[in-house]
Ligand binder design. Structure first.
Ligand code: RP5
Length: 172
């Protein structure tokens, strides 16, 4: 039997999927069991409500919600569960994603949404934050995060070597 999902990656529309793929890739890299849902706070409110109301009892630990425009999905989920909800604002044609960002981030006191940056880097960071939350009670994930950080630092070091070679500078 497959392992119970720990994270749900929820998006407001199929049109969000190319951005939310960045979250999926990170969860796959860390081997975190996750599920994917398309739920709209406005177009399928009942299904959104039903999902959020049962999320905790189904064993989910973190919800990631990506939505664009009048992006109320993360906030609505957060209003219906005490699980941590991480919001990812989608880029939009009209306002470059500022509409999504402000709709997601400006929650009233009492109902937090951990809001990431707009677009793919936000989706990637949403998954990393979910992994960090899970790692609080999972030693193996904690170790995997430390390895991830070491690999990033090594990549920066190699960038520096390349820059130094091409610009003929001394090391810092
Ligand atoms: C939001 O409306 C979705 O999250 C999406 O970002 C945006 C546009 O949806 P579509 O009209 O492309 O389905 O609810």
């Amino acid at each position: 039997m497959s392992e119970e999902s720990k994270v749900a990656v929820v998006m407001g529309s199929e049109s969000d999927s190319s951005v939310m793929e960045a979250a999926v890739e990170v969860l796959e890299e860390f081997g975190v069991p996750f599920e994917l849902c398309v739920l709209s706070a406005h177009r399928s409110p009942q299904a959104t409500h039903d999902f959020a109301a049962k999320a905790e009892q189904r064993g989910l630990k973190v919800l990631i919600a990506g939505a664009g425009g009048a992006a109320h999905l993360a906030g609505v989920l957060a209003s219906l569960t005490t699980l941590p909800v991480i919001g990812v604002p989608m880029p939009t044609d009209r306002m470059g994603g500022m509409d999504s960002l402000l709709s997601t981030v400006q929650m009233p006191a009492g109902v937090p949404v951990a809001t990431m940056g707009i677009g793919k880097s936000g989706a990637q960071n949403a998954a990393l934050l979910a992994v960090q939350i899970l790692a609080l009670t999972d030693e193996a994930l904690h170790g995997a995060l430390q390895d991830y950080r070491s690999r990033m630092a090594e990549a920066v070091r190699q960038d520096e070597e390349r820059v130094r070679r091409s610009l003929r500078g001394r090391s810092c």
